[in-house]
Design a binder for this molecule. Structure first.
Ligand SMILES: [Zn+2]
Ligand SMILES: [Zn+2]
Length: 77
């Protein structure tokens, strides 16, 4: 059986990750699978010197996403 992410052989008796979607990957490849296949939601922001997370404003995110899609649409034409 091969790893879904990198395509290399999964070695017998080695620890592998089976994702909730059913694919099996190397332990080190699983994170890549999650990012590429499941596109988990996340918030960008900054961390202050006292360890607090300050998210960037929602307004900024809403503006950036449609413009990204527009760029992709333009490139495909
Ligand atoms: Zn792999
Ligand atoms: Zn998955």
């Amino acid at each position: 059986m091969n790893c879904t992410v990198c395509g290399n052989l999964l070695l017998a008796n080695r620890t592998v990750f089976r994702c909730s979607c059913g694919v099996i990957t190397h332990a080190q490849c699983w994170e890549k699978h999650i990012v590429e296949s499941h596109e988990p939601s996340f918030t960008t922001g900054v961390v202050t010197v006292d360890g607090r997370f300050i998210p960037k404003s929602a307004e900024t995110e809403e503006v950036s996403h449609p413009s990204e899609k527009e760029l992709v649409a333009i490139e495909r034409k």
